[in-house]
Design a protein around this ligand. Structure first.
Ligand code: COA
Length: 386
């Protein structure tokens, strides 16, 4: 008998390649972007500086940052044709479908999409960093029956996005410094996470020498799933459905009893807690205390009960992942739940494209093997023997 190959379902524990982009260390519960701890970045630099770090390997100096701001901010605007494509999509389709289609459409207009040149990939990355927030904001507003708000190049990344979604009326998060700060932190925390499913998808597509638009379109598809980015939406749908701190423990225990997943908990790599959670949890709890009118205290109480119940009632002490605090934080900021994953895309585009560049610059096609477990060779009835 031939030796059975070792199968690692879900590639669990398989080290597929080297990367210089980020390091996830479950033992020390840390995440480094190009060597910098993610919580230090979240508390000290802008999301645009993090994008530059991920793409170039170093934080920018003042002059480089100014140049980057000028280049990125001037690309925020959408042309009429793209707006028309977005407007033509059904208002009840998932917003991730709109993003996926918009990115794919942008790719159809790129005459150089197959240029074997990492400068071109960087150029696409910059365009997507700049335009994705405008696409998401337009989609949010059209579903609410509200008109398109043009991007404002004088505003920073987070402020501009919140302004394009909510305008600058009273109570808009675009007018509240701490809301802007919380949103920017979430973008930094979501920016990069090594060989997760969507990033790996982008790398696989890039490894075939396909173009960056295709790689990002595929990554958006992978991120949409509830076991990956889609979890932040399910977190909030669950919290809204439970609706009452007094019912939270029982709801969670029932899920566990029925062997159902509780979204926003667990992680393929972190088994002792997700390194990004403490920073996002702090931002969420601060937002909650500043927004009693959005039931902040209730969501915090439910959050704490659910986390405690999961920890105490699972044999492996399952802890929250980033989606757990991000979900209610986005809800308090006023986002519609089905847009939580598109917000994740706006952030993760930086990590995806950093990996696309890395894969492109040192490429081998990604093509694993499979152990065949179907029927033994057989023949079509009546087929002549060969
Ligand atoms: N709720 C309930 N049980 C969970 C759980 C959760 N969120 N996450 C893991 N478990 C259970 C598993 O079902 C498994 O049980 P079993 O041994 O009886 O089969 C056990 O805990 C060990 O699971 P583990 O090996 O740690 O999970 P994984 O690495 O295969 O999967 C995830 C990791 C993220 C896919 C998984 O935790 C999950 O589906 N979480 C919910 C979705 C989510 O929040 N995704 C966002 C990830 S950032």
């Amino acid at each position: 008998m031939s030796e059975q190959p070792e199968i690692r379902k879900g590639l669990n524990g398989v080290v597929a390649d080297y990367t210089e982009v980020s390091k996830v260390n479950p033992e020390t519960n840390s995440l480094l972007y190009r060597g910098y701890p993610v919580h230090e970045l979240a508390n000290n630099v802008s999301f645009e500086e993090v994008a530059m770090l991920l793409w170039n390997g170093e934080l920018p100096n003042e002059e480089e940052l100014q140049e980057f701001y000028d280049a990125a901010r001037s690309r925020r605007v959408l042309d009429e044709e793209l707006i028309g494509v977005i407007e033509a999509m059904p208002k009840d389709c998932h917003p991730m479908d709109v993003l996926r289609t918009a990115v794919s459409f942008l790719g159809t207009r790129d005459p150089e999409k197959f240029t074997p040149d990492s400068d071109h990939i960087r150029d696409i990355a910059l365009t997507l960093l700049a335009k994705l927030p405008t696409i998401v904001a337009l989609d949010i507003r059209r579903r609410r029956g509200e008109g398109y708000i043009e991007p404002d190049t004088s505003k920073g990344y987070a402020e501009n996005f919140l302004w394009m979604v909510f305008g600058d009326g009273e109570g808009s998060p675009a007018t509240i410094a701490s809301d802007i700060e919380a949103f920017e932190k979430s973008m930094i925390l979501y920016a990069e996470h090594s060989f997760n499913a969507s990033t790996f998808t982008a790398r696989v597509i890039t490894s075939t020498q396909s173009d960056t638009w295709s790689a990002v379109t595929g990554a958006i598809g992978a991120l949409k799933g509830p076991l990956h980015g889609g979890a932040n939406e399910f977190v909030m749908h669950n919290m809204v459905a439970i609706g009452d701190p007094a019912k939270t423990e029982e709801w969670t225990l029932n899920k566990l009893k029925n062997k159902e997943l509780v979204m926003g908990f667990g992680h393929r790599v972190y088994k002792k807690g997700d390194s990004r959670v403490p920073t996002m949890e702090e931002a969420f709890k601060k937002l909650a205390s500043e927004h009693p009118e959005k039931d902040g205290a209730k969501w915090v109480e439910m959050y704490d009960i659910m986390a405690k119940t999961m920890y105490e009632n699972t044999s492996i002490n399952i802890m929250p992942n980033l989606d757990f605090p991000a979900g209610p934080a986005y809800y308090i900021l006023g986002f519609d739940i089905e847009f939580f994953t598109p917000l994740f895309v706006m952030a993760r585009i930086t990590g995806w494209t950093a990996h696309i560049i890395e894969q492109f610059e040192n490429n081998t096609i990604i093509r694993p093997l499979a152990a065949y477990s179907g029927p033994a060779e057989r023949h079509v009835p009546g087929a002549p023997e060969t």
